[in-house]
Design a binder for this molecule. Structure first.
Ligand code: 5GP
Ligand code: ZN
Length: 113
């Protein structure tokens, strides 16, 4: 999709630190991590937001989230983890290719919340 930065990551046009990848989904470290291990999970098809996901895309995407969360848990050993998704500029969305944030939590003052 034209100028979409996340499509460029999917296509390998720009680099990203990949956490997980299969035919439908890719997960990679956020370029500006709010906490250590902050990861983004995206579908490989360009969909702008939550409202645009159909059943097939949703299933292929969401079913992988626990596995990715477990990989983060093993790698970083956080005390907790937030799953977050912003839809629309007002809600804080800045990249208009659907994504979920997985934000490991380490305690008060860890940079988030
Ligand atoms: P949003 O604000 O749309 O919910 O989240 C977009 C996220 O994408 C931000 O946390 C931002 O740091 C991240 N991001 C923006 N551009 C890039 C990039 O080129 N590479 C990576 N890995 N993350 C990016
Ligand atoms: Zn895209």
């Amino acid at each position: 999709m034209g100028d979409c930065i996340f499509c460029k990551i999917i296509n390998g046009e720009i680099p990203a630190a990949k956490v997980y990848e299969d035919e439908h989904v890719i997960a990679f470290l956020d370029i500006s991590q709010v906490t250590k291990g902050h990861t983004l999970v995206i579908p490989k098809v360009h969909k702008e937001n939550l409202y645009e996901l159909d059943d097939e895309i949703s299933q292929n995407l969401f079913k992988r989230v626990p596995k990715i969360a477990n990989a983060i848990k093993t790698a970083y050993e956080p005390a907790g983890l937030n799953l977050l998704n912003n839809n629309g500029e007002l809600a804080g969305q800045s990249v208009f290719h659907f994504h979920m944030h997985l934000i490991p939590r380490y305690g008060k003052g860890d940079g988030f919340g």
